[in-house]
Design a protein around this ligand. Structure first.
Ligand code: FAD
Length: 440
């Protein structure tokens, strides 16, 4: 996973950064893991800030139009529960989501997702900092004491007792010097999802994961793409998968793909430009070859290309694929996963799925790093190998990690403990009080 940093020279910059606020818990990143972490910490009694570089919550779900939200159930059994499921219920209540049984995949309306996420965060008493990019930190000994955010006010510092990194790319952990997992060059691909209107949604084969082992991409279109691809040049693609947004006639298309390390700005910039070109190529092919798309028009490309995989921390423990697939339980299990190991290839059209023996477990030790006594990591940057993370990375399970990180941070605030000394029995019982399912 190369970063393309060409350093011509270094300049020194000394600046006074005003400290604008102090919190018990500062959560960086307002994606599925981050906004749930902030709610969990606030409900645990902590004074919480949530930092988000965009002007809305939801991360990949809303900024990259990644749908559906996968998955809450193992077969018929709800496995990811508590605050994440409360969020889904609130969405369903306003007509913003629909559950697909028995797996518990959620089709949702992105704008209603943003609304309910922000309502729940504000109701919990969390202070939101939108349009604020985490750009730095200050340490006192091995404790992070402040983060630096940059926004229209300039650079600002926020003091905190505990920090939760939910940036997806482990931005805070990386900047603070946490060791990262060695990355192979085979990162899962980046994808720019696009939204179409004017679609005959009733006749379109929508994505579903309702049966294990069945892949719901558009098989007919796939065959056409394979034929065209074998004749000449076609941009990289996967699927294609189509997902509704709760409105008739509108659909999200997941099919572009390319290799990119999206945690490197040069690669991310090139990727955005290239995949935008590809969207227009695929749109014409879809209109020509799929009857349901005959009158389709492009509403929008996602504001940001979706990132499946970048940095992950090397935590106190690294979750291994075999034990995860076997559904091994741990004394410090704090969350679950039930999506298959789902690995997309960056240099081909392939997707490799491996199904779990049962609903799996994630231990608390994967959310903390050695010698970082006040840092937790929620979301896809947690400490896992490429196999287990390829399952846990989906939205329901990262919400579960957020819930655990937030609850743990709140307990640390009340006891004053370092994150590696948290009372695990109390943490598990607190999570179960939130509604989490940590038993079979
Ligand atoms: C193409 C694609 C298809 C997928 N398909 C599915 C699917 O079908 N079902 C499913 O459930 N999941 C799917 N996923 C996976 C899922 O969307 C992500 O793994 C999940 O959103 C990760 O959640 P997160 O909270 O860890 O990070 P993110 O969702 O990435 O959220 C991180 C948040 O942090 C913010 N942030 C990042 N850096 C900074 C910074 N420096 N300062 C301030 N804010 C920052 C971001 O703006 C964002 O809001 C897919 C992903 C992709 C890319």
């Amino acid at each position: 996973m190369k970063e393309e940093k060409i350093i011509k020279e270094s300049i020194q910059q000394v600046r006074d950064v005003p400290v604008i606020a102090e919190y018990d818990v500062v959560v960086c990143g307002g994606g599925p893991s981050g906004f749930i972490a902030a709610i969990a910490a606030a409900r645990g009694g902590a004074k919480v800030a949530l930092i988000e570089r965009l002007g809305f919550l939801g991360g990949m779900a809303t900024a990259s139009l990644v749908a559906p939200i996968s998955v809450f159930n193992y077969n018929e059994r709800r496995v990811i529960d508590g605050i994440p499921w409360e969020f889904i219920e609130r969405l369903i209540e306003i007509g913003g989501a629909r559950e697909e049984k028995p797996i518990g995949n959620i089709t949702f309306a992105p704008e209603k997702y943003k609304l309910i996420a922000q309502r729940m965060v504000l109701e919990a008493g969390v202070d939101l900092y939108f349009h604020s990019y985490l750009t730095g930190h200050k340490k006192e000994g091995n404790r992070i004491s402040h983060i630096i955010i940059d926004n229209k006010n300039g650079a600002e510092a926020i003091a905190g007792k505990y920090f939760i990194d939910c940036t997806g790319d482990a931005d805070l952990s990386y900047q603070a010097g946490v060791e990262m997992q060695p990355m192979s060059s085979e990162l899962q691909p980046a994808t720019l999802i696009f939204m179409l209107g004017g679609v005959d949604t009733d006749s379109l084969p929508m994505i579903r994961h309702s049966k294990q082992g069945v892949n719901y991409h558009d098989l007919d279109m796939r065959k056409i793409l394979e034929d065209i691809g074998s004749e000449g040049k076609l941009p990289g693609y996967g699927g294609p998968w189509y997902c509704g947004v709760m409105d008739n006639g509108m659909v999200l298309v997941n099919m572009t793909r390319t290799y990119a390390n999206m945690a490197d700005n040069r690669q991310a910039t090139r990727t955005e430009c290239n995949l935008r070109e590809d969207v227009f190529t695929f749109l014409e092919l879809l209109k020509k070859n799929v009857l349901a798309f005959k009158h389709a028009h492009l509403i929008m490309t996602a504001p940001q290309t979706g990132t499946r995989e970048t940095r992950r921390i090397k935590g106190v423990y690294t979750l291994q694929g075999e034990e995860y697939i076997e559904a091994r339980d741990f004394p410090d299990s704090i969350s679950r996963g039930c999506h298959p190991v789902d690995i997309h290839s960056a240099d081909s059209t392939n997707q490799r799925c491996q199904f779990l023996k049962d609903a799996a477990f994630v231990p608390y030790r994967c959310l903390i790093a050695p010698d970082f006594p006040n840092l937790l990591v929620g979301g896809r940057a947690f400490s896992a190998d490429g196999v287990s993370s390829a399952s846990v990375r989906v939205q329901a399970s990262v919400m579960g990690l957020g819930q655990a990180a937030g609850a743990a941070a709140a307990l640390c605030v009340s006891s004053g403990a370092d994150v590696d000394k948290v009372d695990i029995t109390k943490l598990r019982s607190t999570l179960m009080e939130h509604g989490a399912n940590l038993t079979n």
